[in-house]
Design a protein around this ligand. Structure first.
Ligand code: ADP
Length: 482
């Protein structure tokens, strides 16, 4: 298959692990092995770090315009090869073709956006209090960036970080998730074809067992200047601790627990459509997926009935088949987690309106789209990130109560609400403790907007012109004796 590479990419070369070990990559829809990649460890990663460090010596001196051109060439090739990328993404992640296409377009857009942004990274001249001194501020690349990415957006989570890093003048060592390394390697092939110099982008693939030693090395190596991580809160906290010894830059995009609030003035059809995309995109496996649905008393029955009807229209199956719009969960661990969350809720009194069990007629990793009502605080679905096709519904009486429930979590990534009351829109969007707020909208991600969270959902922002901040530092230059 075009762009399917089974070697890691270090210093411009396709290489094996020093141990020669490999790991299998499976199609979650069918369970079949679609390829193997090197199972690398810290020693292999050290080589990649050295290559990135060496490449940084020259890449940091390229002009912004040159970096724009490299990124633009890469973007053009990504567009040209869109359908091959879509296919690889679908077979290794299980997401339906239509969603894989959406991700590739979205992922590519970060390279386009940062190709433009590279030329707009600006310093400042600040008014000096001294007549004979000038205050200049220059933005400089931090150096080698370690990028650790998850399996739910195997393409976009890499381009969102690497696009910004390269635009700023940094070089990268990328560790993709063990479930989805093939997309990362396909991206590297196109970067190489675009002429991006060797060592600027490196991909180290590994099994889950080696992730801790690779992560630890990236956090502690003096040759690495910063880490950008997207993944679970648990691993994010670990990396944060590991970065402290070297006072290293870190940006973290961690789990969410998004509230999805429907107020009585809402357009219910819009709210149901928003709920469907926010909840069922990628089978619920996104960090901005609606996690708790809060529905105001007056519109509760209407919303729930319409939502259940829409859910009945979902077509589950192998993502490669046409018309399928909901696929499997990524792996057994995820399936077990989703089933145990639902079982826990039902055992504590939640009502099951639809779904609630595996859909094994499609394959081992499929779980039925599920709706739970009468969800309460003592249930795990209330506090934990579900990462699966499960809607849990809580009824509320008034705005104050909705905000109390919505903010009753240590997470704060995305939040959504539907209302036609202008004053309420301003009040609630200000009071929701989240980094991103969808108002009458369930799909908010775009390269132009800053993506990130508050509270334990993370540090830093990705995408938008702010996305380069984590890859640059400010240098103050004082010109004296003028
Ligand atoms: P998930 O539970 O969704 O797989 P993780 O946070 O465990 O999310 O994984 C996200 C990324 O972090 C993956 O690339 C994974 O291999 C990597 N990872 C897992 N454990 C560690 C670790 N101890 N140090 C660094 N990276 C890790």
């Amino acid at each position: 298959m075009h762009l399917l590479n089974e070697k890691a990419f270090v210093n411009g070369e396709w290489i094996s692990a020093k141990s020669n070990k490999v790991l299998n990559v499976n199609n979650p829809a069918t369970g079949e092995v679609i390829g193997t990649v090197p199972d690398m460890n810290a020693e292999d990663t050290q080589k990649a770090i050295e290559a990135a460090s060496e490449a940084f010596q020259t890449w940091q001196d390229t002009t912004a315009k040159q970096r724009t051109q490299y990124l633009r060439k890469w973007y053009d090739l990504l567009v040209l090869n869109q359908e091959s990328l879509v296919k690889i993404l679908t077979i290794e992640s299980g997401k339906p073709l239509i969603e894989a296409r959406g991700e590739v377009v979205y992922g590519n857009s970060f390279i386009e956006f940062f190709s433009e942004e590279a030329r707009r990274i600006r310093g400042e001249i600040i008014a000096s209090p001294f007549a004979n001194k000038k205050i200049l501020v220059e933005k400089q690349p931090i150096g080698v960036a370690g990028l650790i990415t998850p399996w739910n957006f195997p393409h976009a989570m890499i381009t969102r970080k690497a696009g910004a890093a390269l635009a700023a003048g940094c070089t990268c060592v990328i560790k993709p998730a063990e479930d989805t390394p093939l997309t990362a390697l396909a991206l590297m092939q196109l970067a190489a074809e675009a002429g991006i110099p060797k060592g600027v982008l490196n991909v180290v693939t590994s099994d889950r067992r080696h992730a801790p030693e690779i992560g630890n090395l990236l956090c502690e190596s003096p040759l690495v200047a910063g880490i950008s991580f997207t993944g679970s809160t648990q691993i994010g906290k670990l990396l944060y601790r590991q970065c402290s010894s070297g006072v290293k830059r870190i940006s973290l995009e961690l789990g969410g627990n998004a509230p999805f609030i429907v107020y009585k003035s809402a357009n219910i059809d819009h709210a149901v459509n928003g709920a469907m995309v926010s909840k069922f995109r990628n089978c619920g496996q996104t960090c901005v997926s609606a996690n708790r649905f809060l529905i105001q008393n007056e519109v509760y029955d209407l919303f729930v009935n319409k939502l259940v009807m829409e859910i009945k229209n979902l077509k589950m199956g192998n993502g490669i088949d046409s018309g399928v719009n909901i696929g499997p969960l990524i792996n057994k661990a995820q399936l077990d987690k989703v089933s145990s969350l639902v079982d826990d809720a039902v055992s504590k009194g939640a009502k099951l309106l639809i779904g609630g069990k595996q859909a094994s007629q499609y394959g081992e990793l499929f779980y039925e789209p599920t709706v739970l009502t009468d969800v309460s605080e003592n249930m795990r679905v209330y506090t934990e990130e579900i990462f699966g096709p499960v809607v849990n519904i809580i009824r509320f009486e008034n705005e104050e109560e909705s905000l109390k429930i919505a903010n009753n979590t240590e997470r704060g990534l995305a939040g959504y609400f539907y209302s036609q009351d202008v004053a309420q829109i301003f009040r609630v969007s200000r009071k929701l403790e989240v980094g991103m707020c969808g108002v009458n909208e369930g799909l908010i991600s775009t390269a132009e907007a800053p993506f990130g969270g508050v509270k334990e959902s993370g540090l830093g922002r990705e995408g938008s012109h702010h996305g380069v901040d984590d890859f640059t530092h400010m240098k103050y230059i004082c010109l004296g004796n003028l």
